[in-house]
Design a protein around this ligand. Structure first.
Ligand SMILES: Nc1ncnc2c1ncn2[C@@H]1O[C@H](COP(=O)(O)OP(=O)(O)O)[C@@H](O)[C@H]1O
Ligand SMILES: [Mg+2]
Length: 386
């Protein structure tokens, strides 16, 4: 039986969401296949790695008992042995347990995980893993590089200005002048790296702009300021696959405009503040999106094109902002590891949760094997000269 390590938690604002993705959308369906042994790997908020079968129990996290358990456990070690082995202390006087990992299923959202850092580690280990590679993940998770790459490939993006925390501290008046010369209110001010709307604000005047810049610079050393898309319909498209990507259904999150930057509205109230069923990660939405056929097609084509341009693999979700009047599809952002894998959408598109994780595992193996065929060494006489 193959052993799959599911890695979740981590040093990210989306720590808790990643636990739910791991336990309900990944581990549960993987166990239903009866084909794999699951090794849950939980990274706590301080970056300590733990592995124990008890970590698969949701109760542990909802009750807060996780703290007691990890206090009793010893963090694991990783062995890079032309592959990856997890080394656990079994508790019995220094006895070590070695668990060889055949494949990793990352379940990390946000910093230190979805942003490519975990993928780089897994590339170094030489172990196959589900989802996007290191470079694609880090490109996608930086709102500035993502915008630039989309723009360079002829995809519409809202007009923007980029600045840094240091520049803002040194010459705030010049930055504000530049923003006002190049852009028109309302503006969105965003930290370039964070997700889940943390640190994002909307400004309609100079005072709000100044406040927004301060907030964003508090969270990130890079700040993006962009114009608001008018006549807005927001859509998102989950996509799976490697070189032949398969789209799910175009989805329209139904968050009210005033809730756009509200973490609670997105995750705690099922997507619509105070209403909707408390289904968690963006649960309240219209699938398929309620837009005309021509715009639907255009958004789908744009997302599939972006999937290729960014070199995404396995799974991703492409977010777009549509101006319904001018019929322009703007690229907004890419999530290399969408919360809950967007299983609710895939099931409407005819792919069950079990099929979804099985497909993701085969894409991971296909990508890994493809890379193994590449030549990474050649013989030289270089050392003989010494
Ligand atoms: N340029 C824009 N025009 C209109 N709405 C925007 C714009 N940028 C962001 N928003 C709104 O703010 C939300 C959060 O912004 P986004 O860039 O997606 O950040 P996050 O990474 O937090 O999801 C979007 O889902 C959208 O509702
Ligand atoms: Mg977003």
């Amino acid at each position: 039986m193959e052993t799959i390590a599911v890695i979740f938690g981590g040093r990210s604002a989306e720590h808790d969401i990643s636990i739910i993705t791991a336990l309900s959308s990944i581990i549960k369906p993987l166990e239903l296949t009866k084909k794999y042994r699951i090794e849950p790997v939980y990274i706590d908020k301080n970056g300590r790695w733990y592995s124990d079968q008890r970590l698969k129990d949701i109760e542990l996290y909802t009750s807060g008992n996780i703290i007691d358990l990890i206090n009793k456990l010893t963090p694991v070690s990783l062995q890079f042995d032309s592959g990856l082995t997890i080394v656990k202390s079994s508790g019995l006087a220094g006895r070590k347990q070695h668990i060889k990992i055949d494949l990793v299923f990352p379940s990390m959202h946000g910093t230190y995980g979805e942003d490519g850092s975990l993928m780089g580690l897994l590339d170094m280990a030489g172990v196959p893993y589900v989802g996007c590679g290191q470079a694609a993940s880090s490109l996608a998770m930086n709102k500035l590089t993502a915008k630039q790459l989309a723009e360079d490939n002829g995809i519409a993006v809202s007009r923007y200005v980029f600045t840094t925390k240091l520049t803002l501290e040194r010459e705030p008046a010049r930055v504000i002048k530049e923003i006002k010369e190049k852009l028109k209110y309302p503006l969105f001010i965003k930290p370039t790296h964070l997700g889940s709307s943390i640190g994002i604000s909307r400004a309609i005047n100079d005072q709000e702009l100044v406040n927004g810049l301060e907030v964003a610079a508090h969270y990130d050393d890079q700040v993006l300021i962009e114009e608001e898309v008018k006549n807005l319909v927001e859509v998102t498209l989950p996509i799976i696959g490697n070189d032949q990507p398969i789209p799910a259904l175009l989805e329209q999150p139904l968050t009210k405009p005033e809730d756009f930057f509200d973490f609670d509205a997105k995750y705690l109230n099922g997507g619509k503040k105070g209403k909707g069923s408390p289904k968690g990660a963006q649960g309240y939405s219209q699938i398929p999106a309620n837009i005309d056929q021509e715009l639907y097609k255009k958004a789908e084509e744009t997302a599939l094109k972006l999937y290729k341009i960014f070199g995404l693999s396995g799974i991703s979700r492409v977010d777009m902002l549509i101006d319904q009047k001018s019929k322009t599809v703007y690229f907004n952002e890419i999530n290399p590891l969408p919360g809950g894998l967007y299983a609710h959408n895939w099931s409407k598109a005819g792919i069950s949760n079990v099929e979804l994780v099985s497909k993701l595992i085969s894409y991971a193996k296909e990508r890994f094997n493809g890379r193994q065929d590449l030549t990474t060494s050649f013989t030289t006489n270089y050392l003989r000269q010494f």
